[in-house]
Structure formats: structure tokens, C-alpha cells
Design a protein around this ligand. Structure first.
Ligand SMILES: [Zn+2]
Length: 186
């Protein structure tokens, strides 16, 4: 087999597995949209830096640029959050996310929820969640800008509903177990 043919098979396999995962998650999340955070913080980081590494690497580069722009990250859950004044949305890239400045807890919980999805979906996370989520976000953003309101709510799709639930469930548990040192700063 030539090298080109091998790469084509790898690519086709990747697309096939991503598609199957997307539909399995969609079916599973209709009933129970929760990806549970592991009990151990170490497991969370081991999975983030191995299986979930592609998104974490992109997030680390983005975080470096945001840091160079003068914003300081703070801990939120098991992630690092950059609060950016003037935005009304958030975005998560494996272990790092941006959110509006101030008391926007539901956005921060949601972004932590995407981080939990990343440790489960790993190398498939970009095609199963990240890219569909970004495309949908900008599609809705542009529709609103041109005066065509969206007929669905933001969390009407499985990966957003799942991020809401996973993040909230996890942060609620962290807050109840503050003494155990699971969470440094909320
Ligand atoms: Zn989201």
C-alpha cells in the first residue's frame, strides 16, 4: 500500500468514526445529556494531555496569545478562564476558555462542560463538537445580525445541552466539596 493510500484510509476511518460518535452522542444525550467529570483531578489532566491533547494544544496556543494581550487567567473548575470585557459569549479550547468579564456563571459552567466532553471524545472532539458548535454559533450570530431570529434555543442541540448539564453538575459538586481542595477559585 502506498503512503498516500494509507493516509486516505486513515482519513476515511477518522471521518467514519467521527460520524458514528456524533450520532451515538446525539441519541444518548437526548435521554441523559451528561458526560460526568472524573472523580480525580489527576485523571482529568491525564486524559486532557493524552486523548484530548489536540484541542488542548490549540487552546494552549490561543491562551498564550490572550495572555500576551494582557489578560490574566484565573482558575475555574479544573480549567483556566480568561475574562474578556465586552463579549457576551464564551469559547472553550481544552483546559482554557474565554468568558465575559463578571458574574456570568452559567457561561463559565457551560465552557467547563465542553472541557469534560473533550476528555471523553478526545481526538474526535474537534469534528464531533468543536467545529459543529462554532459553525452553528456563527450561523446563529449572522442570522440575528440580519434580522432573522433563530427558531431554536441555543441549547436545543445535543452538544450544547450536554455542556450545560455536565458543567453545572460538576461545578455544583465542586462547590459542595470545596474543603476537599477540588476547586481553587470560583
Ligand atoms: Zn457551547
Amino acid at each position: 500500500m502506498t503512503v498516500e493510500l494509507m493516509w486516505l484510509w486513515i482519513l476515511l476511518g477518522y471521518v467514519a468514526v467521527s460520524s458514528v460518535l456524533y450520532f451515538i452522542c446525539r441519541m444518548k444525550c437526548k435521554k441523559d445529556p451528561i458526560f460526568k467529570a472524573p472523580k480525580s483531578r489527576a485523571v482529568y489532566y491525564i486524559l486532557s494531555f493524552t486523548w484530548g491533547l489536540p484541542t488542548v494544544l490549540v487552546g494552549a496556543v490561543a491562551a498564550l496569545f490572550i495572555r500576551l494581550m494582557g489578560y490574566r487567567p484565573r482558575r475555574y473548575g479544573w480549567e483556566w478562564c480568561f475574562e474578556i470585557p465586552g463579549i457576551s459569549w464564551g469559547m472553550e479550547l481544552g483546559l482554557f476558555f474565554i468568558s465575559p468579564a463578571g458574574d456570568f456563571d452559567s457561561i463559565k459552567m457551560h465552557e467547563q462542560g465542553h472541557g469534560i466532553q473533550n476528555i471523553y471524545l478526545g481526538v474526535f472532539y474537534p469534528t464531533v463538537v468543536l467545529i459543529p458548535s462554532a459553525v452553528r454559533f456563527w450561523y446563529r450570530f449572522i442570522r440575528k445580525k440580519i434580522g432573522k431570529p433563530c427558531r431554536t434555543a441555543y441549547s436545543d442541540i445535543w452538544f450544547e445541552a450536554s455542556a450545560d448539564k455536565s458543567g453545572k453538575t460538576f461545578i455544583d459538586i465542586c462547590r459542595k466539596t470545596l474543603d476537599s481542595g477540588n476547586i481553587d477559585d470560583l
